[in-house]
Design a protein around this ligand. Structure first.
Ligand SMILES: NC(=O)c1ccc[n+]([C@@H]2O[C@H](COP(=O)([O-])OP(=O)(O)OC[C@H]3O[C@@H](n4cnc5c(N)ncnc54)[C@H](OP(=O)(O)O)[C@@H]3O)[C@@H](O)[C@H]2O)c1
Length: 252
């Protein structure tokens, strides 16, 4: 049985931590992202442990995704776990102040990009059959509304529902689908969301105990290595020090 993990967004955060976790577990790795130098660094770090293939890839470009998968060397072709992790949030302020371009970038990356990769790798995963996994990184924002969540939360709701619907069609194929939905986790996520505001990122995580990238990598690896007959549909993970709050009420 092949043990190859294909991870998008492996240059940072959950994706990079997942690459390290799968390497520890002895899996071969196909790693992608837009920042090539980071991919090269990760390959140099991990290739003494396992075979590693890296490719510069923007998931928004369907043709680039197809070409990249078509060009995979033979030893990296039989993918067993697809980790659809590449994604981002932009503009944490109210919807009424957000540039259309930011909404489009989130949709293009979190929805279209994830669909591009899933569609391209589905035949491979079907060939792998029992025990293959599609592990989508959703978010608590896909389930729970909050101020400033606007399109980001909606893209993650898509990720959740797309996964559920895939499960219906893949029921007899052995290919599993999971939506891992993290809460607050300290990665480069907030730096990207605030377009480089390190102090805003530091402030968000200060004085509490957010999840780490390694916490989520552990969940991803756990889901990918469960016995073939188990499918976790959705795994929502928050720090112990995060929970919901009350409904907002506008008053005079
Ligand atoms: N951190 C959180 O609190 C949190 C909570 C819930 C869900 N999530 C989700 O978790 C996933 C990973 O985020 P993270 O927290 O690890 O943030 P991160 O540290 O910013 O990592 C995001 C990764 O996505 C990649 N990426 C972004 N746009 C891409 C594109 N167009 N094509 C290919 N790769 C792209 C980035 O690589 P390049 O820039 O090199 O392309 C990077 O490797 C995302 O889907 C995010 O929405 C995060």
């Amino acid at each position: 049985m092949s043990q190859i993990a294909f991870i998008t967004g492996a240059t940072s955060g959950f994706g990079r931590a997942a690459a390290r976790r799968f390497a520890e577990g002895g899996w071969s790795l196909v790693l992608s992202g837009r920042r090539k130098e980071r991919l090269d660094e990760l390959k140099a770090e991990l290739e003494s442990k396992v075979p590693v293939y890296v490719a510069e890839l923007d998931v928004r470009d369907a043709k680039a995704v197809q070409d990249m998968v078509a060009a995979l060397p033979e030893q990296f072709r039989a993918v067993k776990a697809l980790v659809n992790n590449a994604g981002l949030a932009l503009s944490p302020g109210p919807a009424q102040g957000v540039a259309l371009e930011d909404w489009q970038t989130m949709i293009d990356t979190n929805v279209t990009g994830l669909v591009n990769v899933t569609h391209t790798l589905l035949p491979t995963l079907l060939e792998t059959g029992a025990g293959a996994s599609i592990i989508n990184i959703g978010s608590v924002a896909g389930q729970w509304p909050y101020p400033g969540g606007h399109v980001y939360g909606a893209t993650k709701a898509f990720v959740k529902q797309f996964g559920y619907n895939l499960r219906c069609d893949l029921i007899s194929t052995g290919v599993r689908v999971t939506d891992i939905a993290p809460g607050m986790a300290e990665t480069e996520f907030t730096l990207v969301r605030t377009k480089g505001d390190q102090s805003a990122s530091d402030k968000l995580y200060r004085g509490t105990t957010p999840l780490t990238a390694e916490d989520i990598a552990e969940q991803i690896f756990y889901v990918a290595t469960l016995p073939d007959h188990i499918n976790i549909n959705r795994l929502e993970v928050m720090p112990s020090r995060q929970a919901w709050s009350s409904f907002a009420v506008d008053r005079d």
